[in-house]
Write a protein of this length. Sequence first.
Length: 377
Amino acid sequence: MSIFGEKNMNIITDENKPLGKNYGDSINKIESTVAAKDKKDAVFGMARNKKNYNDSEPLLRENPNRFVLFPIEYSDIWQMYKKAQASFWTAEEVDLGKDMSDWKNRMKPQEREFIKHILAFFAASDGIVNENLVERFSQEVQVPEARCFYGFQIMMENIHSEMYSLLLNTYITESTERDRLFRAIETMPCIKKKADWALEWIANEEAAYGERVVAFAAVEGIFFSGAFAAIFWLKKRGIMPGLTFSNELISRDEGMHTDFACLMFKHLINKPSEARIYQIIKDAVAIEQEFLTEALPVAMLGMNCDLMKRYIEFVADRLLIELNCQKLWKSTNPFDFMEQISLEGKTNFFEKRVGEYQKAGVMANKDDQVFTLDADF
């Protein structure tokens, strides 16, 4: 049941006419009248409760200053926006020229099928995230610093979507197969289930903002994590450099988006109950584990279903900690190569831009950029 309240069952009908000869028809008429009024009152009651909820939340309450950015009120939210801004990149920066040789000659058929599932999900997922940002979060949140982040996230999700479309266009040369993968939320049941779960949260008018923040933290932090790990597994083998580099950039972005969802959650006054958070996260874990079971039917060297399931539990526990909850699964990270992705600056910048690259000056303090002749060296 939503926090916006239950239906008001104390409804009095205006129907005072005699029941008439057809008792059953009259009863049905009275019941339909009561049901209509009940539904109307329930809607009004829910709207009142929703307004009360929004008014109690600093992030959501009506803000006449929402059109003006300065002075910054939420410095932590603003810093997250500047961090995202510093990490801007475009699809043109990713060189896919060497990937096709690896795709054809260094990957087994079951490995190609696995990566097809991964890319098919990713091709649609960023559009779903954007629909939530455009239709719900950007309209609900009244804090301009957060709207800056959401606006930038929308742009980056578009770049991710373009990147995944380019990857599928490059690797899948047969048009019918490519079309099936582009329409995966219609043609592939295991991907449809993930998409439907996210879309249901977007459409849910009864769920409070806090619940939906948790749900989309799960989408970007859990639904994406298994796919990211699969592509980093290819990086460990030294193949598919274009795919693995784009994965570095996108996984960094999505990690930032998940962190931002957790930051917004921390600013809420009326947070969902711990039991509700556990329910949302457990649902996401179950759906992701089911997806990986179907996408990865054959065990491969260093990668199989059991390891993937354990990794999803590890990631979910980490998200629960960020949401101020206790771990549920207490699983350890089974993939040593995933521990390496947080190391910064391993790549020679002049050979290839590192995934941790930031745009110059965006995160710098203005005082640090002053030219002086008396600096200490």
